[in-house]
Design a protein around this ligand. Structure first.
Ligand SMILES: [Zn+2]
Ligand SMILES: [Zn+2]
Length: 287
């Protein structure tokens, strides 16, 4: 098999999603790779690999869940090239008050069983949850979460227990009012949170688009030694020099690329061309 971009010629890419992600993932890959086209695999039961809204606890880590989803997509569709993605939301480690969105993507090629993967972290998120005791509080939270463009989930309490009332995908104010008012009357409070399914959260959909574009660039970068596709970045190398004193800072100076096929490695400059760091990030100038 040709290991380069030719391996994709004329093939149909299946996108394992029931949440409309093919609209952003398909075009990004079709632009970078010589595939014939793409199609959503809409009978894939992606929720069984873990849902955001608490009914199914994800037992695999995001990468394994994504691999399982892509393989399952290939099985149910008969397509031999399938992409799946998986999002996780958590406090951004360097700034724990800021939530981040980590999107993991896996491309599975059933012809030779290979997996290509990509991680993308974004600070662009509309993500949150709050226990509410009155409509004014619900309304204020909904405004902060950019409702109704972004959908909401309402349930009895933060942790979902079997049998608890829950309503997903709310995008109409009258419905939000009805569901929350009833629960607050019954229990004194209710839990309201963002519905993170891609079609309910346009901010997340944009992050998935960005992830798919970066992944496509990585996939179409060829190894200079053997010609295989996906000569991908595996490590960021710190030490970008300070523009004032030349001291090496903690910022990324270069990226290490590594071939999954032959193991060839090479370091390259930052794709954004930045070659010095501002002195406020320098431990020598600004200790
Ligand atoms: Zn190689
Ligand atoms: Zn300095």
């Amino acid at each position: 098999m040709n290991a380069g971009r030719d391996r994709f010629i004329g093939r149909t890419l299946g996108v394992a999603t029931i949440h409309g992600k093919e609209r952003v993932i398909g075009p990004a890959l079709a632009e970078a790779l010589p595939i014939a086209g793409f199609a959503a695999i809409d009978d894939v039961d992606t929720d069984r690999f873990g849902a955001f809204s608490g009914e199914v606890q994800r037992t695999l880590d995001a990468l394994d869940a994504c691999k399982a989803k892509a393989k399952h997509g290939a099985e149910v569709s008969g397509l031999d090239l399938v992409i799946a993605s998986e999002g996780s939301f958590f406090p951004y480690p360097p700034a724990p008050f800021v939530p981040c969105d980590e999107e993991v993507m896996v491309l599975y090629d059933a012809r030779d069983g290979s997996f290509f993967e990509h991680r993308h972290v974004s600070l662009q998120t509309v993500f949150g949850g709050e226990e509410c005791t009155g409509w004014d509080q619900v309304r204020a939270f909904a405004d902060r979460m950019k409702f109704p463009e972004h959908g909401l989930i309402v349930r009895r309490r933060e942790t979902w227990n079997a049998g608890d009332a829950m309503k997903k995908g709310i995008r109409v104010e009258a419905e939000l009012h009805e569901v929350t008012t009833r629960l607050i009357q019954q229990n004194g409070s209710c839990w309201v949170e963002t519905d993170m399914r891609a079609m309910m959260n346009p901010t997340r959909m944009e992050v998935i688009r960005e992830a798919a574009e970066r992944f496509s660039q990585e996939l179409s970068t060829l190894c200079p030694a053997c010609g295989a596709c996906w000569f991908r970045i595996t490590k960021a190398i710190p030490g970008l020099p300070c523009e004032q004193c030349g001291w090496p800072t903690a910022s990324t100076r270069a990226y290490l690329r590594e071939c999954h096929s032959c193991g060839h490695t090479a370091t390259g400059p930052r794709p954004d061309g930045k070659s010095t760091e501002e002195p406020q990030h320098c431990a020598n100038c600004n200790p």
